[in-house]
Design a protein around this ligand. Structure first.
Ligand SMILES: Nc1ncnc2c1ncn2[C@@H]1O[C@H](COP(=O)(O)OP(=O)(O)OP(=O)(O)O)[C@@H](O)[C@H]1O
Ligand SMILES: [Mg+2]
Length: 143
């Protein structure tokens, strides 16, 4: 889970920095925003804990909303990004943790990355603690 969140956050920081630098070159003001939210939601009739990371950078165009999760897809300059971050995140979330990950537009004009983790009876009462233990177990982590 940490790897998933860190990659989403690094991506957001990169896009926000780009947008900030772009604005600076044009002598415009740009206030970087990154909002993280956690909520309990039903997705396709199932209970999930949804982690949302919302930025106000450029957003992701509709035609790229699924492609960004493919291995080696990157819009960064050669040598800057491998394009593996989100594909690894996708693998961890969907295969190891039985969750979902996707991107949406948000009200700030940027991208919202959402990670939904299923709520199982064992962790229903204590989502946070429950997730830690469940993740650690399924991923074979000891810490
Ligand atoms: N917050 C975001 N806003 C806009 N586009 C994004 C955002 N996060 C990711 N993307 C797009 O998704 C692409 C793929 O991201 P991914 O993390 O898989 O690779 P990368 O960041 O380009 O490379 P690496 O993770 O190896 O540094 C990015 O190149 C970018 O085009
Ligand atoms: Mg990345």
């Amino acid at each position: 889970m940490e790897q998933v969140f860190v990659n989403i956050l690094l991506n957001a920081r990169h896009e926000l920095d780009e947008r900030g630098e772009g604005a600076e070159r044009e002598g415009k003001r740009f206030e970087k925003k990154l909002v993280c939210r956690v909520s309990r939601e039903k997705v396709e009739e199932e209970d999930y804990v949804v982690f949302e990371f919302a930025d106000n950078a450029y957003g992701v165009p509709d035609e790229l909303k699924t492609r960004i999760f493919e291995p080696f897809f990157t819009t960064k300059e050669t040598g800057e990004g491998t394009g593996l971050g989100l594909s690894i995140a996708y693998g961890i979330v969907t295969r190891a943790l039985d969750g979902k990950i996707w991107v949406e537009d948000n009200e700030m004009g940027g991208a919202s990355f959402k990670v939904a983790m299923p709520v199982t009876p064992a962790n229903a009462g204590v989502p946070d603690a429950g997730y830690k233990m469940q993740d650690a177990g399924r991923l074979g982590w000891t810490g």
